[in-house]
Design a binder for this molecule. Sequence first.
Ligand code: THU
Length: 133
Amino acid sequence: MDHIEAAKQARLKAYVPYSKFKVGAAILLKDGTYVHGANIENASYPLSNCAERSALFSLISQGYDVKDIKQITIIADSEQPISPCGACRQVMHELLPKGTPIFLANLHGDVKETNPDELLPYAFDHFDEDTDA
Ligand code: THU
């Protein structure tokens, strides 16, 4: 399946009673498997989870290794290709292998390719430091 179509399928699973703004994310693994994520909101608004974080957390929860990630595609019904929030940029920067292609898309066929360093320059990464973690 095409990566845009996979992200569209993921988007249909969104739980968005508050914003009504559905977002889908599809992570493609090197073996061709797709892992889906959708945004899941809550009446206590800050507890809502974005699609790209849902996909990454699902991937790890299912026992996949982030080293096997080939690319991620995120899609929404936005005028421009969807722009990930700051929290998701931080999470993607930590969990996606360096240089992983990130495709930002919308339902009009616009697609922008980027990567973790471009989305979050000068990212916080405690693994750069000499810690015991
Ligand atoms: N949202 C995502 O899921 N991903 C993005 O990249 C941008 C924003 C969600 C959060 C919230 O459920 C809704 O979109 C409106 O902000």
